[in-house]
Design a protein around this ligand. Sequence first.
Ligand code: BTN
Length: 247
Amino acid sequence: MAASPVMRGNWRVYHHPHIDSTNLEALRLAGREALPWTAVLADTQTAGRGRLGRPWIDVPGRCLLLSALVHSPPGAEGLLGPAMALAATQALAEMGVHGLAIKWPNDVLLAGRKIAGVLAEGPVNGLIAVGVGVNANGSADDLPEELRDRATFVSREIGRELELGALADAILEHFERHHYRLMAGESAAVVSALRDHDCLAGREIRARSGGRVIEGRATGWTEDGRLAMIDSAGAEIVLDAGEVTLS
Ligand code: BTN
């Protein structure tokens, strides 16, 4: 357990050298204190959690592992994860990383490969832990062989290392702004920014959702954070959750 939190902007930030999962720790804090604007950072996770029940593996001290504890925005719950992906994209762009894209629902891609993922969990006492993992500094050797054609590290693509503290601060600042909009009923601004970074709209995709595999053409983000597509029979479909690959 970290000694005490430090204020960074409007966030109370707990920093752990190692922890099971920053999302789990954020939800434990929600159970004890129920204070929003709390963030948990770790240098490494022993039980990092990915989407769809998968593990999230990090390179100790070289990846950003951050969870932000916030109120759930009524009617815009489905945009919390994407808003964090947007925040990470914008923070990285400010640090000179170009060519980023967001793949629905909340993967961040660089040069067509995944560099960041988001997992929103909760609520506990009305609070959601929105966790982001960024593969910041590392080489191909740090990835399991089966992931090397689908994932990469930012440093590998841009030829220099990122400062993780600055990245965390910038992500929290952007995420705070997006969260404020979602709470204020101004989600259209968030969706518009997501559409600006979307890598799926107009592309042929294969979606796995609710035990089904659907092929067709992605139309793009809906106003509430879902993915619209036209399937191969010409029917309009809207996906709540799932995983998409480009055909
Ligand atoms: C994905 O599968 O793409 C989502 C990965 C989310 C990983 C982050 S790392 C920080 C936070 N803590 C976790 O256990 N998971 C999220």
